[in-house]
Design a protein around this ligand. Structure first.
Ligand SMILES: Cc1cc2nc3c(=O)[nH]c(=O)nc-3n(C[C@H](O)[C@H](O)[C@H](O)COP(=O)(O)OP(=O)(O)OC[C@H]3O[C@@H](n4cnc5c(N)ncnc54)[C@H](O)[C@@H]3O)c2cc1C
Length: 504
């Protein structure tokens, strides 16, 4: 154990790290189960996570709002099929207020170190600037897409203009009349590019890999629909179920990429229909199977390239100069502003660089995951008793709402906590062989899917190609498998230092 001032230590039963959708969902379910001895540790000064951070122009979800919300905290008046960031952020604020979650939040608490004390079966949680905390259970809800990915561009330190990442958009900086370079063509970039193009003098879009972008359902919900959703819970649930099963049907072409080629033909036609210049349309057409990277939705992205003030650049960036950006062909373009639309660091081994998490026998999480992040249903990790995670390894999605996964995980974690309490033990740890077999199965299921066999490298994969992020199949299967904790999968630990197998 590291030296900490014992007098200053505060104690809690459950420490939740992160006040985004995950952390708040966990908190609500704890409250509903009469577990009130918990805190939500949040490094910033507000709730919201993704939707507090990503306020760039055009920011919106790409899963239908009635699905991209908590089933136990429904909102009946979503304005349209795919809500914008502001509306999602307001929804999060509303549920925070409804469940008085701010009473449990400790803002400006950035967790920097968590260590398991095997003698006492307690986690010690340390912060950047706050007193240490002890907790029986720690729940990571710190977000899979949270740490900006910023490429190191040669010469960037010389650049005299403005630079920011899409998730740290500087709204005080006026883009009108400016020459702007945008790097990346992922989920965020395809949303802000059409929004800023009419405003700027010149927009240079740097594309390394083209993105599959399909039409977006822009329909607003009518007054009548909203009234019916409010009046009839059944009607709203039927609507939500329809969205859910539509999204689930996308698993079919994902696991059988040969079917995907039919959808891909339509997506190719969409590009040709929207982009006037044939050569440009070709450049915007990806050379990998649709679905290998996240399929994006926008009706505005491709037409942006018909504008005279927008140029698509596929030559790599050579270096940044004082006032511009130089491509590998030696051409320099003068710019006032550089925007990184380069997404997020998704490999936990990299984003945990500045966060030490130490489990049993002094094992560090980074070290445990050195060959790729692995856990049991993205929740429990061997050697890390009472440490649970939301949206951990292999539980994010390419086809449906991650809120569905979060809800399944929250309910599973709640059962784990209740089981420990019920058995009179203090801690619970997933059996090593159970975790290993689970991961073998996941990797086996991923083989042959469009994510592995689609001919691209994506943020779903580590540098060695291992897919550490995606759930490989239907989400109803995840729900079914995690609906009830199988106590035989766990070892129970009590303070007398004995390890009980299959307790309960
Ligand atoms: C632009 C964008 C659009 C998206 N759209 C969709 C979509 O349409 N559908 C979908 O299913 N998913 C989407 N996602 C994925 C999205 O991340 C999840 O849907 C969801 O918001 C994750 O919630 P979370 O609570 O797990 O994480 P987050 O919302 O990222 O919240 C994590 C919180 O933890 C805090 N935190 C992190 N580290 C620490 C620390 N060390 N100490 C204390 N606090 C910490 C952060 O400040 C943050 O508030 C999108 C992501 C982005 C970036």
């Amino acid at each position: 154990m590291r030296n900490v001032n014992q007098n200053a230590i505060q104690k809690t039963k459950v420490a939740i790290i992160g006040a985004g959708f995950g952390g708040l969902a966990m908190a609500i379910r704890l409250l509903q189960s009469q577990i009130k001895d918990f805190v939500i540790l949040e490094k910033t000064n507000d709730v919201g996570g993704t939707w507090r951070e990503n306020q760039y122009p055009g920011a919106a979800c790409d899963v239908q709002s009635h699905m991209y919300s908590l089933s136990f905290a429904p909102k009946t008046d979503w304005s349209k099929r795919y809500a914008e960031a502001d509306e999602i952020f307001d929804y999060i604020q509303d549920i925070t207020e409804q469940y008085t979650l701010k009473d449990y939040c400790r803002f400006n608490h950035e967790v920097t170190h968590a260590e398991f004390d095997e003698q006492r079966n307690i986690w010690t949680v340390e912060f950047k600037d706050q007193p240490t905390l002890e907790a029986q259970f720690v729940i990571f809800a710190s977000g899979p897409l949270h740490v900006p990915q910023v490429p190191h561009l040669k010469g960037i330190e010389k650049f005299k203009g403005k630079v920011f990442h899409s998730s740290q958009w500087d709204h005080d900086y006026d883009l009108s009349g400016k020459s702007v370079a945008s790097i990346g063509t992922g989920g965020s970039a395809i949303q802000y590019i059409p929004e800023i193009a009419p405003e700027v003098k010149q927009l240079y879009v740097f594309q390394r890999t083209a993105a599959w972008v399909i039409p977006r359902d822009e329909r607003k919900y009518s007054k009548l629909s909203k009234t019916l959703f409010k009046a009839s819970n059944l009607y709203r649930q039927i609507h939500r179920s329809r969205l859910y099963w539509t999204n689930e049907s996308r698993v079919v072409p994902i696991v059988q990429p040969q079917i995907m080629k039919y959808g891909q033909k339509l997506a190719e036609a969409f590009i040709r229909f929207q982009v006037k210049d044939k050569a440009l349309a070709k450049k915007l057409t990806p050379d990998f199977v649709m679905g290998c990277k996240r399929i994006l939705i926008s009706n505005k992205y491709f037409p942006t390239f018909n504008r005279k003030n927008v140029e698509l650049i596929t030559d790599g960036v050579q270096e940044i100069t004082e006032n511009g950006i130089m491509t590998k062909d030696g051409k320099e373009r003068q710019i006032d502003c550089l925007i990184y639309g380069t997404g997020f660091i998704t490999d936990p081994r990299i984003y945990l660089k500045h966060f030490n998490c130490v489990g049993r026998n002094g094992i560090e999480l980074k070290q445990a995951w050195k060959d790729g992040a692995e856990s049991y249903y993205g929740i429990s990790t061997k050697n890390f008793p009472n440490l649970f995670q939301l949206l951990g390894p292999n539980t994010i999605l390419g086809h449906n709402s991650v809120i569905f996964m979060i809800e399944s995980q929250v309910s599973y974690i709640l059962q784990l906590i209740q089981t420990v309490d019920k058995t009179g033990t203090q801690a619970i740890e997933v059996k090593h062989d159970v975790q290993d077999q689970f991961n073998e199965r996941v990797q086996e299921q991923l083989k042959g899917t469009v994510w592995q066999a689609g001919g691209c490298s994506s943020w779903y994969q580590a540098a060695d190609g291992k897919n550490f992020s995606l759930w490989p199949t239907y989400t109803w299967r995840f729900w079914l498998e995690t609906r009830k904790v199988n106590v035989a999968d766990y070892n129970f630990i009590s303070t007398t230092a004995n390890v009980k197998n299959n307790a309960a």
